[in-house]
Ligand binder design. Structure first.
Ligand code: SF4
Length: 234
């Protein structure tokens, strides 16, 4: 089995020259290869909706983990409920941080996301994901190359040094238009905030509407020198 420790062994290659630009083949390979030794960490943004629909075709009882920081929009939680209804066999797990918001405020000060968003993301996203990934060989992510300069070199299969895992990114070749075409074609439920100027949706205090459609993640951590939560940095 391809694991973090056997990465240098021969890896499979996939063609992007098909209807899902390789995504379905990558997922079919991943679930066949890793069986239950893989999780999808889903933010339930629009790419997540596409991935869930594709995953349900190859692994109807797949484990989907949502990093529930306790700071998400009401609309995001509503989206999760809609997804649960549409795909009842998927196992959707709400992973909470070790500290409640009150405990975090007592230890690190009120509204940590305002004065130290990196620490806040570490406590509420990175540590919980590390706990989820302990004991599994691989995880799936909805990264697309088009999303930002930091994502241009992402491959279908990536050695993830940060979490000592294999990160699988089936949507690397998908454009923003591809994503929406798929969602509309298959009439998938999605977060209504996408229709209100939020192309990328994270925690409520750190997500603003976007007016620059050339930079779809510009509404995240506006006013801070931060463009990633840290889950996808080595
Ligand atoms: Fe905290 Fe903002 Fe990161 Fe959410 S996105 S964990 S609120 S800093």
């Amino acid at each position: 089995m391809l694991t973090y420790h056997t990465w240098d062994e021969e890896k499979p290659s996939f063609s992007s020259d098909n209807e899902t630009k390789g995504a379905l083949d990558v997922l079919a390979w991943a679930y066949d290869h890793y069986q239950d030794d893989i999780v999808y960490a889903c933010s339930f943004g629009i790419e997540g909706i596409v991935l869930i629909d594709l995953i349900a075709k190859v692994k109807p009882d797949a484990e989907i983990v949502f990093l529930d920081t306790g700071l998400h929009f009401r609309e995001t939680y509503e989206t999760i409920e809609k997804v649960k209804k549409k795909y009842p066999s998927l196992r959707i797990i709400m992973k909470q941080p070790n500290l409640s918001l009150d405990e975090q405020a007592k230890q690190f000060g009120d509204e940590l996301w305002k004065h130290n968003p990196n620490k806040c993301c570490e406590l509420r996203k990175i540590v919980p994901l590390r706990e989820v990934l302990t004991g599994v060989s691989a995880w799936i992510s909805g990264l697309r190359r088009e999303q930002s300069s930091t994502r241009r070199h992402v491959e279908y299969l990536n050695k993830d040094e940060k979490f000592r895992s294999i990160k699988i990114c089936p949507l690397i070749h998908w454009t923003w238009k591809d994503v929406w075409n798929y969602v509309h074609k298959h009439e998938l439920p999605y977060n209504e905030l996408h229709d209100k100027g939020y192309p990328s949706i994270g925690c409520e205090p750190c997500t603003s509407p976007v007016y620059d459609l050339e930079n779809l993640r510009s509404g995240r951590w506006a006013g801070h020198e931060k463009i990633e939560c840290g889950l996808h940095e080595s």
